[in-house]
Design a binder for this molecule. Structure first.
Ligand code: TXA
Ligand code: MG
Length: 318
């Protein structure tokens, strides 16, 4: 198992040696390595068992460091970065050639984000290179929001997990690119469309679901538990699957016909931020129960609810 600790110097030393370290962010834990070192980047793909056509996000400490990675920082991108960094926003921008092609899967854009987590920001400030970091889970499985989640699955493959506690946002960053200067959202995430539009006006949302998508996190089946999962009207699903060996995920209600240990409400108060924060940990908890299926319902389609529903649909996809 990996060591879990909050020693930035240990993380820094390992990263400088070209090794991988799991790092906390406000969204989910990342599996980090030197983004400019090609063999380190290759190791990230291997440890995650991730196909090389799925590019990585490069993490930086500031807008200034982000500018060093690109030829041009368009005006709208700058506005968004100034407003929302550090935070759950990833920008797709034309990359400089010194960024390894492997990190961007050969694309001419690089995904950049400045994460909002004290420990990781401090680590990034002390490093002479940016950190490539996909979510620290095996490809396709539920993303980790606590250090133990990382240890459960990647603990044999890495030495150190920087412990930054539980992720506060709980859902991955929103990915925004630009086509003819117009903002396009490729992945719904921890920054709502409403907030983005309040800064740059109308955005187009283009969520690919094909097998060779622009953002492969957009693969139809992703973020998925090992147990079968069905999404829909819970009353109907329970009628079909019974009340016995089922796990149930509700938005806020408690269901009297299901045992307490087999059900989780994302937020009994109906708070969308709380629901997002609890989503992945709840799916993991349900996945470990002695049940044969997870039944879940969508949340209201507003604010972070859109991103929560996106993850629920992908988790339930075959
Ligand atoms: O919140 C987050 O974004 C977390 C934390 C660790 O920062 N990271 C994360 O990384 O979710 P990952 O690798 O699990 O998801 C990155 C997504 C993938 O869907 C990938 O296809 C997309 O970003 N992506 C990366 N570079 C891209 C590019 N140049 N063009 C289009 N999509 C890109
Ligand atoms: Mg991921």
């Amino acid at each position: 198992m990996a060591e879990i600790g909050n020693n930035i110097a240990v993380a820094k030393q390992l990263l400088e040696q070209g090794a991988l370290v799991a790092i906390p962010t406000e969204t989910v834990y990342g599996l980090a390595g030197n983004a400019l070192n090609e063999s380190t980047v290759l190791e990230i793909f291997k440890v995650k068992n991730r196909p090389q056509f799925d590019p990585l996000i490069v993490h930086v400490a500031s807008l200034e460091s982000a500018k060093e990675l690109v030829d041009d920082f368009p005006e709208k991108a700058k506005k968004l970065a100034l407003q929302f960094w550090p935070g759950p926003l990833t920008l797709l921008l034309k990359k400089k050639s010194y960024i390894p092609d492997l990190a961007t899967s050969g694309l001419d854009t690089v995904a950049i984000r400045c994460p909002d987590h004290e420990l990781t920001l401090s680590l990034l400030q002390q490093l002479a290179f940016p950190l490539a970091a996909p979510s620290a889970n095996p490809f396709g499985y539920i993303s980790p929001t606590r250090p133990e989640h990382v240890n459960e699955q990647l603990g044999e493959k890495i030495k150190y997990i920087l412990d930054g506690g539980e992720c506060t946002v709980g859902i991955e960053s929103t990915i925004v690119g630009f086509e003819n200067d117009l903002p396009v959202v490729y992945r719904l995430g921890g920054l709502s469309i409403e907030k983005i539009e309040s800064v740059v006006g109308n955005v187009r949302v283009q969520l690919n679901t094909s097998s060779n998508p622009k953002a492969p996190g957009q693969l139809k089946s992703h973020y998925a538990p090992k147990k079968k999962m069905r999404l829909g009207n819970l009353t109907e699903l329970i009628r079909d699957y019974g009340t016995g060996r089922v796990g149930v995920l509700t938005f806020k209600t408690h269901l009297s016909q299901i045992s307490d240990r087999n059900q989780i409400a994302l937020s009994s108060k109906g708070n969308m931020e709380e629901a997002a924060q609890k989503l992945f940990a709840s799916l993991r908890t349900l996945d470990k129960l002695d049940i044969h299926i997870i039944l879940a319902e969508e949340v209201p389609d507003m604010g972070l609810g859109k991103a929560i529903n996106d993850r629920l649909r992908r988790a339930a996809a075959d």
